[in-house]
Structure formats: C-alpha cells, structure tokens
Design a binder for this molecule. Structure first.
Ligand SMILES: [Zn+2]
Length: 201
C-alpha cells in the first residue's frame, strides 16, 4: 500500500540551452532540469522541501555535465505555487478562523459598550474551579447606570448550549441580576462574558 504521506520529486523547469557549448563535445544543446522534493498527502503536494537540484545533460553526447554558470542561474528558478497546493486550504481555513474570531470579538465589545434591552449574554463563571455557563437577558437600563438582567435558571456545567427558546424559564420580566453598565466591557475583557447575541446579528 502506498503511504498517505511521503516525499516526491517535482520537475519544476525544463529548458534547452543553446548558447553554451558542452564541455565535452562542444555541441550547443544542453538539457537543463530543475527539480525539487516536496511532501505530499495522497499525492497532493503539501510543501516543498530541501534544496533545488539542477541537472545538465548534453543532447548530443548524452553525458551529464557540470556547468556552474548554468547551475547558478537555474537555482534561481522560483518554486511553483502548485507545490503548496495542499497546504492552501489549511491556510485559508486558519485565516478564516482568525478573521471570524476577530470580527466576533469586535461585535461583542461593541455590544458591551452600547448595551440594548433584549441582548442575551452568554456567561462563564468559575465555582470552586469548575466552569459554569449560563445566560443573562438584559431587561432594563436604568437612570443610575445599572443594567438589570434576568439570569435564566439553566446552568450548564460542561459547555454552553444554545438558549432554548421554547423553555419558558429563560424568559421573565423580573430582573434578578445587576451589573454596572460601565462594568460590561470589563466583563468581556475578563472572559466572563463569552458572547452577546443581539437581534439582527
Ligand atoms: Zn556533449
């Protein structure tokens, strides 16, 4: 069975050089090949490795020749992007994850800086070192700068679930939790507020 991962060699350039005579027979057609190893996964190139190799063969006498000037010139051959093809999806996925994370953090900070009634906060707190997750729904912003929330009874010990919209316990008009409005951005920075969902977002 062929290994899934492995190394292969790629011909990245082939040229016929006609302006330099063969050191042996003086014929003027040299075959120049530039090659490079690459790692592959199921034959899809992932990443080039090692140094480029240049071989020079005379078309007339068929012998391999050392022509340092040609070798130096062809070592400059650019590695084709195709040899990175298999790595590109991972690159894009990583970039996407990074950018969407950035966008989410910005959105959460904006919501915390400008809270609106109806915002739902996903919270994480620690109780004796055990993380606990719960939801707060913003019910009221008062004149004294306080944000009054309703803490829904479902508290999750392992991970955050979606707020169950059919569970009436998640809804109430009576606040049971208060933060200073100006403290909200700090709660985001501390990681206590994991997410803020707002209608339309
Ligand atoms: Zn020759």
């Amino acid at each position: 069975m062929r290994p899934m991962f492995g190394k292969r060699i790629a011909l990245i350039k082939f040229d016929l050089v006609t302006d330099t005579p063969c050191p042996e027979c003086r014929a003027t057609q040299l075959q120049v090949r530039v090659m490079r190893d690459y790692h592959h996964f199921l034959t899809v190139p992932l990443y080039p490795t090692g140094r480029k190799m240049v071989t020079i063969y005379c078309s007339s006498c068929g012998n391999g020749q050392r022509v340092p000037a040609i070798r130096e010139k062809y070592l400059q051959t650019a590695t084709p992007a195709l040899l990175y093809a298999g790595a590109l999806p991972f690159f894009w996925m990583t970039l996407y994850a990074y950018l969407s994370d950035k966008a989410a953090q910005r959105r959460i900070r904006q919501c915390a800086a400008d809270p609106q009634v109806g915002d739902v906060y996903q919270m994480k707190a620690y109780s004796n070192g055990t993380p606990m997750f719960f939801f707060l729904r913003l019910l009221q912003l008062d004149e004294e700068g306080k944000a009054h929330f309703y803490l829904a009874p479902p508290i999750y010990r392992t991970h955050m679930r979606r707020m169950d919209k059919k569970d009436q316990r998640n809804y109430s008009d009576t606040p049971n939790w208060t933060y200073l409005r100006t403290d909200l951005p700090g709660k985001v920075a501390d990681g206590i507020v994991m997410d803020i969902r707002r209608n339309g977002w």
